[in-house]
Design a protein around this ligand. Structure first.
Ligand SMILES: Cc1cc2nc3c(=O)[nH]c(=O)nc-3n(C[C@H](O)[C@H](O)[C@H](O)COP(=O)(O)O)c2cc1C
Length: 308
């Protein structure tokens, strides 16, 4: 029997064993090192990196973020150092942490996704790939890969063909039926799905009558999107048999527990990192306290325990 003082928080997602189910969300935790002054990164269940593309990307013109009620809009434009600089300058530090490192990847064509994945395959310290399918597809006039189940599946198949790394496909909420996309990527070989990415939104400065972002619109994140995310996670948990990673507006252990109860195997903490850099660490401690207070030995019995 487990020691009641130390409940078992471990989970396995996409074949990746994690000592707890709390991950950091892509784009909200830099390349990891930026958060090292705030807490011991080895506490994390896993760390998800900023989205990595084949070539470096400069991102959008500023302003790139703005605050909105209970949330924020961002139009970063997928700024990142590119896969080669990531391998040389960022991965060695992450690989030393000894926790699973999941690299979030993006592309503007099927070929680009596959090439990024191929270069990450077999690299020491890379535990898995999270495929961001919310990117604009250049060949289809900018419609996102994730908006079409067939196209989403093709991204996964192409990546699957070049790597044996565990694959997590990150779904966009901007679709009519997210379950169709989830089932399509599962069939194409995705070992898990994560959701949700940001929800498109807009804010206007009434003085200048211009968008408050350098681009017309951006992606909404933070507590404002939590109820939307929770419902979609619940639906996808019913639709697929691969593990589901839930995210969207999680700030506290209580928020995370809602996602576990609807069936998420793990959670990611995003915007909360900008407000409380120790948020992920506090959520891990809060989950432990929750189980101890109820005399539960393991988180596993909480997962999917929603009543009807
Ligand atoms: C500033 C910023 C940058 C982001 N960059 C990425 C990215 O590169 N790749 C990705 O898949 N998601 C990215 N996201 C989306 C988050 O990982 C997450 O899906 C979303 O913010 C919802 O979670 P949250 O409400 O906890 O922040 C970004 C979000 C923010 C706020």
């Amino acid at each position: 029997m487990n020691n009641p003082i130390s409940p078992d928080l471990s989970v396995t997602v996409a074949g990746i064993r994690m000592k707890n189910p709390v991950l950091t969300a892509s784009g909200t935790f830099g390349y990891g090192r930026e958060y090292a002054p705030y807490f011991d990164l080895r506490e994390l269940g896993a760390l998800v990196t900023k989205g990595i593309s084949l070539e470096p990307m400069a991102g959008n013109p500023p302003p790139r973020i703005c605050e909105t009620p209970s949330g924020m809009l961002n139009a970063i434009g997928l700024q990142n150092v590119g896969v080669e600089a990531f391998l040389q300058d960022k991965l060695p530090y992450l690989a030393e942490l000894g926790i699973p490192i999941i690299v979030n990847i993006l592309g503007h064509s099927l070929k680009e996704y596959a090439e990024v994945a191929r270069r990450l395959d077999g690299q020491k310290g890379v535990a898995g790939l999270e495929i961001n399918i919310s990117c604009p597809n250049v060949a289809r006039g900018g419609l996102s890969f994730g908006a079409d189940p067939r196209l989403a599946a093709r991204v996964v198949s192409r990546v699957r063909a070049v790597t044996r790394l565990p694959l997590i496909t990150k779904l966009t909420p901007q679709v009519t039926d997210i379950c169709r996309v989830a089932r399509a990527v599962e069939e194409a070989g995705s070992d898990a799905v994560s959701l949700i990415n940001t929800i498109p939104g807009m804010a206007v400065d009434i003085q200048t009558r211009r968008s408050r972002l350098g681009r017309i619109n951006g992606g909404l994140s933070g507590p404002a999107i939590k109820p939307v995310a929770l419902r979609l996670v619940y639906q996808v948990c019913q639709a697929v048999s691969v593990p589901v990673i839930g995210l969207g507006g999680i700030r506290t252990a209580e928020d995370a527990l809602e996602f576990f109860i609807v069936g998420a195997r793990a959670v990611q903490v995003g915007t909360a990192n900008f407000i409380r850099p120790r948020a992920a660490s506090e959520i891990i401690a809060g989950l432990r306290d929750f189980l101890i207070a109820r005399g539960e030995a393991s988180l596993k019995r909480v997962i999917g325990s929603i009543g009807v």
